[in-house]
Design a protein around this ligand. Structure first.
Ligand SMILES: [Zn+2]
Length: 110
């Protein structure tokens, strides 16, 4: 996984042209009234599930951590966001909040 994938989405949007192109595509779909954000989220989860669950030769331990029941995770002490990235365990959350500031919580044990 590239290092930039661990950055908050706003920073990735600024620094990663491929990620920016994806976000701009989604902005266009939402702005045109074709899809709601909820529909896009549901479609994304369904697509990812199809890819990982419907590949017969893919063993369960290779599934992304968020699709496995046994993968360790930590939850942000303030906003509740969950991470499955061991390198983020115990680190600050930093999720952008609606007011523009960043979440001050840390990823701790549930
Ligand atoms: Zn948080």
């Amino acid at each position: 996984m590239p290092e930039s994938n661990r950055l908050p989405a706003e920073l990735r949007y600024e620094r990663d042209p491929t990620f920016k192109a994806l976000v701009d595509c989604l902005i266009a779909l939402i702005s045109a009234g074709n899809y709601t954000p909820t529909e896009l989220r549901e479609a994304l989860i369904l697509a990812a599930t199809h890819v990982y669950m419907h590949t017969p030769e893919r063993p369960v331990h290779t599934f992304p951590a968020h699709l496995r029941d046994d993968a360790p995770s930590r939850r942000c002490s303030v906003c509740g966001r969950r991470t499955w990235s061991p390198s983020a365990f115990g680190s600050p959350c930093g999720m952008p909040q609606p007011a523009g500031d960043l979440c001050t919580g840390r990823f701790a044990e549930d």
